[in-house]
Design a protein around this ligand. Sequence first.
Ligand SMILES: [Zn+2]
Length: 229
Amino acid sequence: MDLVGGLRGVLGSVANRALDLALPAQCAGCRREGAALCSECLPALDVRLEAEPGVPIGLPADIPPPLLQLEWCAPFTGVTRRAVHALKYGGERRLAPLMGAAVARRWGRVAAGGDAFVPVPASPDRVRERGYDQAALLSGEAARRLRLPSLRALERTRTTTAQFDLDRAHRASNLRGAFRVAPGVNVAGRWIVLVDDVMTTGATLAACATALLEAGAMAISAVAVARER
Ligand SMILES: [Zn+2]
C-alpha cells in the first residue's frame, strides 16, 4: 500500500474528511491517484452527450408528470455510479465541478427551455453529516457554466423514509408534501430546471415540481447526472 493509501486507511472515512481533501484525489472510477476522476474515466459522464433528447427507443418513456423534460448524463452504472457514490457518501466534493460540468454539457445541448436551476434538497440530517448538499453543488456548477441562476428554492418539510426502502406505489405517497418553496424565494413565472445527482422513478422530482408549480412556477424540467432503471 502506498503512503497516501495508507493514510486514507488510518484516517477513516468520516471524521477526517477535511484532512482527506488535503490529500491528492483518488479517481472515483479506477482508484488511480491524481484527479477526482481521471482522464480515462471522465468520459463515462458524457456517454449520452450525443444522444437525442428524450428517451431512447425501446426504453420506457415514463417522464413523470408534471415534468416537461427529463434529461440525464449517463446510466447509473460503472464509473458514473461510483462517482455519484463518492460524492454522496465518500465526502469527495471535488467531483462536483466535474459532474456539474457534465450536467451543463448535456443540458446545454438538449434543453427545450429553462431559466433557473434548482437543486433537489437533501435532508438536513444528511447535509449535516456530509457537510454539503451534493445536488446544490451540482446545480451551482452547472448553472454557472450555462450563465443561469441557481436558486436554493426548495426545502424539505420533514424527513422521508429512504426511497429505496419503498416500492413504487409507496414512493409517491412518502413524498407528498415533503418539499416546499423556501420563504423569500420567488419562482412565479419561471421555467425551473430541477437538478439532482441520480433519479430513479422520478417521484422525488415530481414532488418537487408540484411544490414549485403550486408556488407559481410556469414550467418544470429536470436534469440528473445519472438515471437508474
Ligand atoms: Zn479513473
